[in-house]
Design a protein around this ligand. Structure first.
Ligand SMILES: Cc1ncc(COP(=O)(O)O)c(C=O)c1O
Length: 459
């Protein structure tokens, strides 16, 4: 479908260091240059059209041509292109945005702290856990627990919680104080005959044992994405968060909900925390906060934490933490407009109305011999690819089955992502309509059957 021009004209004039890219292969083929977007589609510089089946990087909720966001930015640029939130200052969009965020927070929250990326929001949550416990005189209570395959960013601290080998190996991560517990991937790690509830109970027991082994007096916080996105679209098994939160409460460990992907309707509720009854002490959000149009992220903190911060700032003279561009007024104006659009157009109602169709089309792909499990909630889905459906044996890494399906999809006009564990991630703009969902899944089905043929011919 797309023209495979093998056009290498960018390769010699291109000086960007590309994340998550095989650098040697990249030198040969150059980047796919995206030049414009409209609705759920983007076009490359050869004129090929694609459905953006991952909404960019799980972020472009309103699609690629929402005029109101550009207008909100232009208006703010005209009136005040920059100010900050240090030393008792603020701007109107930041004030209104924090009010809105706090009013829709998954749990009662006291304050929103603005940063520029999900990684910074997670970094800040780590620092705030330490600041809080030091404020309470609990100077040993500092370890942060994340889950294998959890994705929480790539800065030195947040990257220490991103328990995916590719993101840690040879970067000298994780740092001390960052420890890991099991991933809740029931399909991959359940034992023979084990129910979802039994699996969840086993993981909660194992978390409790980890906390006891480490000494509860040294464990500050647990961080979790409601649905694990970049680590392979892993949904929590039944009763998982209920059981995990019981353990955290017992040992006075903070719960950080990393809502960077799930926030603002992706799972069919405003927050993944609503979908899975998570009651966090801190909440990170980003991506769909501005529909990805400008970089902005936030960390919300509970009233209990804020009370301690007030004491701390009295002791130290100020809250010694802030970013030059945190609460940038233009980014805040765009985020505010995004939240207004969600409300005015009932974006949550839209996600709920098309999610059933999305789920049905996703589930149909289980029929493919390559698909071990199809799983999803709201408008996020994943296909775990396997070499043997009965034994669930994965393909050897060198087959690169996930990357092959993603490449076949691209050639058929669909952008999806091959994630760790050979999971295909699907997360289209939330504005997607049922007819577009059909086209998306038709293209994905074709990519799967083409990959199947390729593997058969190669065998
Ligand atoms: C759950 C989660 N947390 C944090 C991050 C890091 O966000 P950023 O890439 O904006 O630093 C991501 C990015 O995908 C994410 O999915």
């Amino acid at each position: 479908m797309t023209s495979n021009s093998n056009d290498n004209r960018h390769k010699d004039i291109h000086y960007t260091l590309h994340p998550y890219t095989n650098l040697s292969a990249h030198e040969e083929q150059g980047p796919l240059v995206i030049t414009r977007g409209e609705g759920i589609h983007v076009w490359d510089d050869q004129g090929n059209q694609y459905i953006e089946g991952l909404a960019g990087l799980w972020c472009v909720s309103l699609g690629f041509s929402e005029p109101r966001l550009g207008q909100a930015a232009a208006k703010q640029f005209d009136s005040l292109p920059y100010t900050h939130t240090f030393s008792h200052r603020s701007s109107e969009p930041v004030i209104e945005l924090s009010e809105r965020l706090i009013s829709i927070a998954p749990q009662p929250m006291a304050k929103a702290f603005f940063v520029n990326s999900g990684s910074e929001a997670v970094d800040t949550a780590i620092k705030f856990s330490w600041y809080y416990n030091n404020g309470l005189g609990r100077r040993q209570k500092k370890k942060i627990i994340s889950r294998q395959r959890g994705y929480h960013g790539v800065t030195v601290a947040s990257g220490s919680l991103t328990a995916i080998p590719l993101m840690q190996n040879d970067f000298d991560l994780p740092l001390d104080r960052m420890i890991q517990t099991e991933t809740p991937n029931y399909y991959r790690f359940c034992e023979a005959g084990e129910t979802e509830e039994q699996f969840a109970a086993r993981l909660a027991d194992s978390l409790e044992q980890l906390i006891l082994d480490e000494d509860p007096e040294t464990v500050a916080a647990f961080i979790a994405e409601p649905v694990m996105g970049a680590g392979g679209v892993i949904l929590p098994p039944a009763t998982y968060f209920e059981r995990i939160q019981k353990v955290l409460k017992k040992y006075d460990v903070l719960m950080i909900a990393d809502e960077v992907i799930c926030g603002f309707g992706r799972t069919g509720s405003m927050w993944g925390s609503h979908t899975y009854d998570i009651r966090p002490d801190m909440v990170t959000c980003a991506k769909q906060l501005s529909s990805g149009y400008l970089p902005i992220a936030a960390l919300m903190i509970s009233g209990d934490m804020y009370d301690v911060f007030k004491d701390q700032s009295r002791k130290h003279g100020a809250l010694g933490m802030g970013y030059t561009y945190g609460g940038h007024p233009v980014a805040a104006a765009v985020a505010l407009e995004t939240l207004k659009i969600y409300e005015e157009r009932d974006m949550l109602g839209h996600v709920q109305s098309v999610a059933g169709h999305f789920g049905r089309r996703l589930a149909e792909l289980s029929a493919s011999p390559l698909v071990g499990e199809s799983r999803g909630v709201g408008l996020i889905g994943g296909l775990e690819l396997v070499a043997n459906k009965q034994s669930r044996e994965p393909y050897p890494a060198e087959v690169k089955v996930g990357a092959t399906v993603a490449a076949k999809a691209l050639a058929n006009g669909l952008i999806v992502r091959g994630l760790p564990g050979d999971v295909i991630g699907i997360c289209p703009p939330m504005i997607i309509e049922e007819t577009e969902i059909d086209i998306l899944f038709d293209r994905l089905a074709l990519a799967l059957s083409e990959t199947e043929n390729l593997l058969r011919d190669a065998a």
